[in-house]
Design a binder for this molecule. Structure first.
Ligand code: CU
Length: 68
C-alpha cells in the first residue's frame, strides 16, 4: 500500500467532506481515505497496482471538486 495526500479545493462544509470521502472510498484500490475540511486535504491509502494519484485526482474532479 501507498499513501498520498492531495490538496482538495471547493469543499465548503461537512457534506462536501462526505462526498469526497465516499468518492474516494468507492474508487477501486482505495483502502482508506481521510478528508480534512480545515486543511483542504485528502489523505488516501491505496494499492498502487490498482490505482494512482492521477486517477484519484480525476475521481475527485469528476465529483465537482479540484484536486492537486
Ligand atoms: Cu459542502
Amino acid at each position: 500500500m501507498e499513501t498520498t495526500t492531495l490538496n482538495v479545493g471547493g469543499m465548503t462544509c461537512g457534506g462536501c467532506v462526505g462526498s469526497v470521502t465516499r468518492v474516494l472510498q468507492s474508487s477501486p484500490g482505495v483502502t482508506a481515505a481521510e478528508v480534512s475540511l480545515d486543511r483542504g486535504e485528502a489523505k488516501i491509502t491505496f494499492d498502487p497496482a490498482v490505482t494512482s494519484p492521477a486517477a484519484l485526482r480525476k475521481a475527485i474532479e469528476a465529483a465537482g471538486f479540484t484536486a492537486g
